[in-house]
Ligand binder design. Structure first.
Ligand code: C2E
Ligand code: CA
Ligand code: CA
Length: 717
């Protein structure tokens, strides 16, 4: 309940309205305060008993809140209400005349006003100081925790206050009459006290208001209490003692005040408990430290490391295939996997280190003592191995791996947030390099992250401005050099320069903008296709690259199937990479199937770089196999054509045609020809260029050689 929360404008309006109504009520109450009303001693007793009970409960609740959060402000609230309880319990004892007329056990009649003042001064001061300390703790994020001694000290102080008050009232009763006068007739001394009381109440309301403005729920409640206290002090100013209207108002104000706080506390109890768990830094699923808990530990460990000139290391561990485990085996098994991972991680670290669950399938390991490269690597290696071991749950064997990013403070980062960020970036980089490994954060990773963010931003702007063009690269029939088709390759025209797809497609995929790029491609292609098919023969085909994310995007596939492209389905080929992650996203498989059913053919791109197995290749039912240029280049080196030959035989058994990609030299073209590969593509035959380059003149295959530009064909940069 001490989390800062923004007030909605509705809450603000309602609060202002209540304040105005309350002020009106106080003004009316001040007017009628001197009126004498029938004497009802039971009201005094009821007020004391009910007030004492509620104050007692508030004191206990606040004490437990203080214990679990370690915040001193709660201890102060608790102390204030403990004091109130003490006074209210003593009230009927010290001043039985309030209950049974003319019965005096301890103090004289005049003791009552001094008790009243002692209590009413303690209240605004206690509330204001509590709000102030709470606010300060919150602002500085200090959770100092207090020890047993401090708690006892606070208790002793409160009890001392009560004893002094009681002593003053009883022992000093003889000396008081002169100052406090007799009942019903306020002396000038009491007038001064009344003015002081209003002053204190005003200060209290101001201080709590300032704290409540940017503060937590509890400081707002304290503000409400202070405002009620101010109203009471104001009404008391015009009151004429026992059984006057002011006297009755005073009791009602007071009961409303503690009653409200009491209700608020009960109402918030569930929330308090939940927050307490969080603040105590415990993850409810695994019982390990939570993200909040880890942040707090990291903060204090960094401070310690700075003081001792040592370092701390954070290992950010992310499970590689947890989503699949959850989807296939259910959340119960998933939860059990997370618990198992935590217990395995805990076994690999020292007692002084921290293992925490950061959320989802992400974990943090904070190494605190004797941190050096060797220890970091050792822990990283052992935790990777620990996660890799099969997990047996309810008859299932779950096999999972993890990826770790490591960052250290103070060398990589100075704050807890920075350290987590650096470790996360290192993990991200390690994931990009295949996962099931660890990586240390370094400058390059930081720069990559900045580049990624900037590229994402620039791509968005470029999409808005329409800075993308399509280039086409010929795919030729090896036997006669005839142009059999073209591959569509997207280009980014940036400051007059033509940027090839290879330099930005990856970023577009990471940022999810690839789907928007896909829309640009199909839009521009729809305009260009009629010219292509008018110029080239019936069997001429156009190939389009679609990534997993594009294939998985239903609306994009719908747009292709319902738009102008659908009319050319028989002459379109969809290029998908061999490593296409259908297992990551089953929707991609569905998208591809829909395109195939519409009549489009499928080409497997970059063949030889992924991990295809035959069943997967068969499942894709491709018509074309595009052998990656790294393999084609290798043919040039050893000249045996081993890879191309193997690919050709695979293609034969799958009944599809082969395209040798990236053919740049005579030698490479010769190898392709001698092995009977049907198609080839590469700079040797023609560079990617705008459509006009291949549509303008009527003779054979043009082979643009100049720089690749928007208007004229040319060399790739
Ligand atoms: P890819 O499908 O393998 O495309 C062939 C890449 O190799 C193109 O790079 C092309 O310019 C380049 N290339 C062609 N012949 C030669 C050669 O003889 N030597 C060398 N060194 N390179 C050659 P680009 O245009 O930069 O495209 C890179 C990748 O980006 C493509 O690889 C493709 O996977 C992807 N891509 C391109 N356009 C699109 C698109 O519109 N959508 C999607 N999703 N991906 C695209
Ligand atoms: Ca391709
Ligand atoms: Ca390729």
């Amino acid at each position: 309940m001490d989390s800062p929360q923004r007030m909605t404008s509705r809450t603000k309006t309602v609060s202002a309205l209540i304040l105005v109504l309350y002020s009106v009520f106080v003004v009316v109450a001040i007017q009628s305060a001197p009126r004498r009303l029938p004497a009802l001693p039971a009201v005094g007793l009821a007020h004391a008993v009910v007030g004492a009970f509620m104050c007692g409960v508030i004191a206990v609740l606040m004490l437990s809140q203080a214990r679990s959060t370690g915040r001193r402000g709660y201890l102060m609230v608790s102390g204030t209400f403990l004091y109130m309880t003490g006074i209210l319990v003593f009230f009927p004892l010290v001043f039985p005349g309030a209950v049974l007329p003319d019965q005096q056990i301890l103090g004289g009649l005049q003791s009552a006003p001094s008790l009243f003042y002692a209590w009413h001064f303690a209240f605004p001061i206690g509330i204001a100081v509590s709000a102030f300390v709470l606010d300060m703790d919150q602002r500085t994020h200090r959770r100092p925790g207090f020890n047993h001694f401090e708690e006892l000290f606070g208790l002793a102080l409160t009890l001392g206050g009560i004893l002094i008050t009681v002593g003053l009232v009883t022992i000093g009763a003889d000396q008081l009459p002169a100052l406090l006068g007799s009942e019903g007739e306020p002396t000038s001394y009491m007038r001064v006290l009344d003015i002081l009381l209003v002053g204190f109440a005003l200060v209290s309301a101001t201080v709590t208001a300032a704290c409540a403005r940017n503060g937590s729920v509890i400081t707002r409640w304290l503000f409400a209490l202070a405002v009620l206290g101010l109203g009471e002090a104001a009404v008391n100013f015009n009151s004429t003692g026992r059984y006057s209207a002011g006297w009755y108002y005073s009791r009602v104000f007071w009961l409303v005040a503690v009653g409200l706080l009491f209700l608020a506390l009960l109402w918030n109890l569930a929330r308090v408990n939940r927050r307490n768990l969080e603040l105590a830094g415990v993850d409810s699923l695994t019982g390990s430290e939570s993200r909040l808990g880890l942040l707090a530990s990291v903060e204090s460990e960094i401070a310690k490391a700075e003081a001792e000139f040592s370092q701390v290391a954070l290992l950010w561990l992310d499970l590689d295939n947890f989503k699949a485990v959850n989807d296939e085996l259910g959340h119960r098994v998933g939860d059990e996997v997370l618990r198992t991972v935590v217990s395995r991680l805990s076994r690999e670290v020292a007692d002084s280190d921290h293992v925490s669950r950061l959320g989802g399938d992400e974990f943090g390991i904070l190494l605190c003592d004797d941190v050096d490269d060797a220890r970091m690597q050792d822990v990283a290696r052992r935790t990777l191995a620990a996660v890799r071991a099969p997990i047996h749950i309810a008859g299932n064997i779950v096999q999972t791996t993890a990826t770790i990013g490591i960052a250290t403070a103070p060398s990589d980062a100075l704050t807890a947030d920075e350290l987590l960020l650096c470790a996360d970036l290192a993990m991200y980089s390690a994931k990009g390099n295949g996962g099931d490994r660890y990586e240390r954060f370094n400058e390059d990773i930081g720069i990559q992250a900045i580049t990624r963010a900037r590229m994402g931003h620039d791509l968005m702007a470029a999409l808005r401005n329409g800075d993308f063009r399509l280039h086409y690269q010929p795919i030729v029939e090896v036997s006669d050099g005839r142009m059999a088709g073209v591959e569509v390759l997207i280009r980014w025209v940036r400051d007059g320069q033509v940027i090839p797809a290879g330099q930005f497609i990856g970023y577009a995929e990471q940022s999810g903008q690839i789907v928007n790029l896909g829309r640009v491609v199909i839009g521009q292609l729809a305009d260009a296709l009629p010219s292509w098919f008018a110029r080239y023969p019936q069997d001429f085909f156009v190939t389009v690259n679609l990534s997993t994310k594009e294939l998985a995007d239903q609306p994009l596939i719908d747009a292709i199937l319902t738009g102008p492209l659908a009319a050319y389905a028989q002459r379109l080929v969809i290029e998908v990479t061999e490593s296409l992650g259908f297992q990551d996203d089953p929707n991609a498989g569905k998208g591809l199937l829909r395109l195939r059913e519409a009549g489009m053919r499928i080409a497997i791109d970059d063949f030889g770089t992924g991990f295809s197995n035959f069943s997967r290749l068969e499942y894709l039912r491709a018509s074309i196999l595009k052998v990656d240029r790294s393999l084609v280049h290798r043919e040039d080196g050893d000249g045996h054509g081993t890879f191309l030959a193997a690919a050709a035989s695979i293609a034969h058994s799958l009944r599809c045609d082969v395209v040798a990609e990236g053919v740049e030299t005579d030698a490479e073209a010769d190898v392709a020809r001698s092995l009977g590969v049907r198609y080839a593509q590469g700079y040797y035959y023609g560079r990617p260029a705008p459509a006009e380059a291949y549509l303008s003149d009527g003779s054979g295959v043009p082979a643009p050689r100049g720089p690749e530009s928007v208007s004229a064909p040319g060399a790739e940069v």
